[in-house]
Design a protein around this ligand. Structure first.
Ligand code: SF4
Length: 196
């Protein structure tokens, strides 16, 4: 006998339907009828809640990322629903998987094609350090060729860990000064990777 199909077994209460949580407001001065903050904080608030990731997935960690994007973990909750596969449109490079040395130059090219400001997450042991592949053919961490902002440990990291890494990136993005990308320290960081 077939099982009966049941829809909406947990009906949403009427008073919960409009229960949309808003992003926390940045630090600033609140008065009657006004709120004042700095330009960097306002820009950071917008940027951190509208990140467009570029998934650079080469192996198993990419499968964990698929789960992170799916309905159960739902990365879209963080304003990052729109994945992009064009570097020109994205601001967060998510490197997931083993990066062979032959793959290094294409990865660096993708990074260079992204416009500033851009951020990078190394997801999993392979992208962070080469992982278990201590061999002649595998890059021992993508930070040998491009700067990395956040490392997510694990082999593979669970979707919760990827979400945690994403939230650390949101913290960095929200606190970044609009002047940082023109600073001497940032130029020196890029030059240390041979990027002008
Ligand atoms: S860290 Fe582990 S799960 Fe991730 S790509 Fe490497 S071997 Fe696969």
């Amino acid at each position: 006998m077939p099982r009966p199909v049941r829809f909406n077994i947990h009906a949403v209460k009427a008073d919960q339907k409009d229960n949309i949580s808003l992003a926390n407001m940045p630090e600033g001065h609140v008065g009657e009828g006004f709120f004042a903050t700095s330009l960097s904080k306002a820009v950071g608030l917008a940027r951190k809640n509208s990140i467009w990731p570029l998934p650079f997935a080469t192996s198993c960690c990419g499968i964990e990322f698929m789960a992170t994007m799916a309905s159960h973990y739902d990365l879209a909750r963080f304003g990052a629903e729109r994945l992009g596969f064009s570097p020109r449109q994205c601001d967060l490079l998510m490197v997931m998987g083993t990066i062979a040395k032959k793959m290094g130059p294409p990865l660096k090219q993708v990074y260079l094609q992204m416009a500033e400001p851009r951020w990078v997450i190394a997801v999993g042991a392979c992208a962070s350090s080469g992982g278990i592949f201590d061999s002649y053919s595998v890059l021992q961490g993508i930070d040998q060729i491009i700067p990395v902002d956040v490392y997510v440990p694990g082999c593979p990291p669970r979707p919760e860990a990827i979400l945690d890494g994403f939230m650390r990136i949101q913290d960095l993005v929200g606190q970044e000064s609009v002047r940082r990308r023109n600073s001497e320290q940032y130029k020196a960081l890029l030059q240390s990777y041979g990027i002008q």
